[in-house]
Design a protein around this ligand. Structure first.
Ligand code: ADP
Ligand code: ZN
Ligand code: ZN
Length: 732
């Protein structure tokens, strides 16, 4: 008997055996390929699973197995490589393989649907059009340009039109004149020549980087450490060109949806090929189409955020992870995977190079590069010749602040605006003020569902919790003592915006944070506004820090650098340092020189001092020494078992039981800490506790982890306490 071994979208960490559908012959069953979608009964429901393998034996007695209902696809939709990658991830992150596949594949694939296929309208010359000489249609220049494109390239699609600043109406005019005709094309396969625009001449360091990475030389993992504006993107572009010339595909991961339009535009200007994007802003249909294009090699480049790492690309020749240190690459809920680490595994399996690029590499990556596991390539100069702006600490201990701004900072802003430049003010807190306090009794407005203060959103007259998204109307009097003496304490982006508007009337103040960019295209509209180059003040959160290129910004102000220095999370200082350098990197990127002012109450803190000396590396080495002493990553390996319940004791009880059972009769070399209440114990009405596993090596960590997970899956308390596993946690 042949059994079907399936991955099913359930939280259970195992595969499921079924009998083949009754209507299939034995021969047909033998031909079923892994990766096919198969519909099966599951309790009272029906589920769509993915065939992992055919097996000649099952641990379950045959009479207990049910037959599958139907095989949904003729051909497998998932390559064996992606299937194997998902199985590896399932094991590494201790997460159900069915759920891993659900995360990895477009939503439509989880349904019974046929996947939409992709075809685009393209145009070519008609026989009448072919008769025209070069340079015809002079009196209609746009049509002449469209004609010229057709004469040069044979056929063109919307992408080619757009990049020549033409639109459908221009080509339609040619069609109406009988000079061109439309046709539907499934494949806009890589076109020749690969480049649409000449590459820049590389400087020596860039040259070395490009020549060190070879899509034909097999697996290599390279850290491309380049200061902000050093031309990392140009290196990516030239590496991708090498790939395309070999007929291979490239996968580029970027941290933020907000960055896709500008990065995509830059890639489209350079390459003559179809580039698809994959991010959470797409509809299910768009996602499925992009996936199909990648899978059928109709797209040569895939650019996307975290989950794009699973895109099936049969001719994948290189993976690039831009801003590899960025925390968005680690999914923080459900299937808690790191797209960077999955990327490295994928490159290894496919025997292709992977490039990790950053101005501020994560400590893990830096450690791997310095110990020789990764190749280390460095770009130490700004590519445009612009100098790196000096960083200046502004000691705010004894100087009175005006709504969060020191006198030096205000003078500097005034002077830059006056000279026609742009200023960027960074503050990592949205809303008007982080605290609402009664001056009469000292009462502070707290979220009822979380251990957190409520943030004042003044314009909407609301108090909001940034942890559970609950909101209340802004009270006019204290809820404890009825006093009207309520005080807004602290500064958020909304308040800074207001202050700056008052202090600099006539200068545009543009606020960029989650609240002002929620509308579709809002971010792009604001970025376009800034690119007009008029003097303005940008105020915003870390959304502003990442990747944006604002050529007219000459002054960057960081209102408060101290948050990360004393964070409970061991990664706090690392994240603070990365953010600071990234924000500072927005200053003086082109012809105009820049400066960076950082307000702090800790001007003598060694971390800040090494950062200010523009020495991320020195800073990173300080942190690495600390981590080594404490056995924290990258020197030790961590996993967290989290549990939450309406009652803290229940959550802790489950974790306690897991710890005890896993210690019985075992001498494990992985240490177990806890159960401890999580740093924000109460969140969204649930109490959270955690168990921390720490080990010197991954095998030791995984051994203990697997043991604990196996116990948890059987434990009666686990039915009512919600629990989850986080391997290589980004925060704890
Ligand atoms: P990064 O990705 O490291 O921030 P970019 O690749 O965006 O840097 O380059 C920063 C600026 O320098 C861009 O305007 C880019 O066009 C320019 N640039 C990059 N490489 C070169 C080069 N070799 N010659 C001239 N300009 C360059
Ligand atoms: Zn009060
Ligand atoms: Zn809350």
């Amino acid at each position: 008997m042949t059994y079907l071994r399936l991955a099913l979208p359930t939280p259970l960490r195992r595969s499921f055996d079924y009998l083949p559908p009754a209507d299939l012959s034995a021969e047909q069953v033998q031909q079923l390929q892994p990766g096919l979608r198969i519909q099966v009964p599951f309790g009272p429901r029906q589920l769509i699973g993915v065939l992992l393998e055919l097996s000649e034996h099952s641990d379950i007695a045959e009479h207990k197995l049910k037959p599958a209902i139907a095989v949904l696809d003729q051909h497998s939709l998932i390559s064996p490589h992606i299937l194997a990658l998902c199985q590896w991830a399932s094991n590494y992150y201790q997460y159900s393989v069915g759920e891993v596949l659900s995360n990895a594949l477009p939503t439509l694939m989880r349904k019974q649907a046929e996947l939409p296929s992709y075809s685009e309208t393209r145009w070519r010359l008609s026989s009448k059009g072919k008769g025209l000489p070069e340079g015809a249609l002079k009196r209609a220049p746009k049509q002449a340009l469209a004609l010229q494109l057709l004469q040069q390239q044979g056929d063109i699609g919307l992408a080619e039109l757009t990049s020549a600043e033409l639109n459908r109406s221009h080509i339609k005019a040619l069609v109406d004149k009988g000079l061109a005709q439309a046709f539907s094309s499934e494949a806009s396969t890589a076109q020749h020549p690969v480049l649409k625009q000449a590459s820049l001449t590389l400087n020596q360091q860039q040259q070395l980087a490009v020549s060190s990475i070879n899509p034909e030389a097999g697996y290599q993992c390279c850290l491309l450490e380049g200061i902000t504006g050093s031309g990392k993107t140009e290196v990516y572009l030239q590496l991708i060109a090498k790939c395309l010339k070999l007929g291979k595909q490239a996968l580029v991961l970027i941290p933020e949806i907000g960055l896709t339009p500008q990065t995509l535009a830059r890639f489209q200007r350079r390459f003559n090929c179809n580039i698809v994007i994959l991010h959470s802003g797409l509809t299910d249909r768009e996602r499925a189409i992009a996936w199909q294009q990648a899978r059928k090699q109709q797209a040569a480049i895939v650019m996307g955020t975290r989950s794009a790492i699973y895109t099936d690309m049969p001719a994948l020749g290189m993976i690039i992870i831009d801003e590899e240190h960025d925390s968005s690459f680690k999914q923080q809920e459900g299937f808690r995977y790191s797209a960077r680490d999955i990327g490295i595994k994928r490159a290894f399996d496919l025997n292709i190079p992977i490039v990790l690029g950053s101005a501020t590499p994560s400590l893990e990556t830096l450690h791997n590069a310095e110990s020789g596991r990764y190749q280390h390539l460095q770009l130490t100069q700004r590519a445009t010749g612009a100098s790196i702006p000096p960083l200046q600490l502004i000691d705010t201990r004894n100087s009175p602040l005006q709504h969060g701004f020191s006198k030096e900072v205000l003078t500097a802003i005034h002077s830059e605006i006056h000279s026609g430049n742009q200023v960027l003010v960074f503050i990592n807190r949205r809303g008007f003020a982080p605290t609402l306090m009664c001056n009469n009794c000292g009462h502070v407005a707290q979220c009822q569902h979380c251990d957190a203060r409520l943030t004042v959103h003044y314009r909407q007259r609301q108090l909001r919790c940034h942890h559970c998204d609950s909101l209340w109307p802004l009270p006019s009097h204290c809820l404890e003592c009825n006093s009207h003496e309520l005080d807004f304490r602290g500064i958020g982006t909304e308040r800074s915006e207001q202050t700056l508007q008052q202090l600099f009337p006539g200068t545009e103040v543009i606020r960029i944070d989650r609240d002002t960019t929620s509308r579709k295209n809002a971010m792009q509209d604001m970025v376009d506004e800034v690119h007009k180059g008029e003097p303005c003040i940008l105020v915003g959160t870390q959304m502003l820090a990442k990747g944006h290129h604002f050529p007219d910004v000459t002054l960057v102000v960081i209102l408060d650098a101290d948050g990360g220095l004393f964070s409970a999370d061991f990664r706090g200082p690392e994240k603070m340092g990365q953010l600071l350098i990234q924000v500072a990197g927005r200053a003086g990127r082109e012809a105009k020189a820049g400066q960076v002012m950082i307000q702090t109450l800790q001007p003598e803190h060694p971390f800040l001092l090494s950062l200010v000396n523009n020495n991320y590396k020195l800073f990173a080495q300080q942190l690495l020494r600390e981590r080594k002493l404490l056995g924290l990553p990258p020197y030790g390996h961590l996993a967290i078992i989290r549990a939450d319940h309406h009652n803290l004791a229940e959550a802790e009880q489950l974790l306690q039981a897991l710890r005890q059972h896993s210690e019985q009769g075992q001498t494990s070399q992985a240490q177990c800490l806890g159960p401890l209440p999580a740093p924000m114990t109460k969140k969204a009405g649930r109490f959270r506790a955690q168990l921390i596993l720490q080990a010197d090596t991954r095998p030791l960590l995984h051994q203990r982890l697997q043991h604990i997970v196996a116990i948890a899956e059987q434990h009666p308390l686990a039915k009512k306490v919600r629990w989850s596993v986080d391997v290589d946690p980004a925060d704890m």
